[in-house]
Design a protein around this ligand. Sequence first.
Ligand SMILES: [Zn+2]
Length: 101
Amino acid sequence: MARERVCDQCGRWVADKETLYEMDVTLRAEAPSVLEISEEDLESAGQDAWNEIVDMLEGMSPEQVEEAVDQVHETHRFLLCHECRGVIHKILRRHRIPFEP
Ligand SMILES: [Zn+2]
């Protein structure tokens, strides 16, 4: 479903003829975590490792699982108008945050 054409930063409605910008922000844990273990890792680690993970997840509430996933990988999408995109662009340049393409 398409989101309303409203800038998440200033709240301004962006007309159809104006460009609306999407900004994705991903916060990702740098260190590998139990939730990032691949199927291949599990196969080579064997049944014990698998059981350990299943036990751990079963002992957690849905909220705890969600929080654990958020701690590893969290993505937010913001819609920005032209002016707010310019502000964000200047901030990124000033702090020289390296973004991967
Ligand atoms: Zn704006």
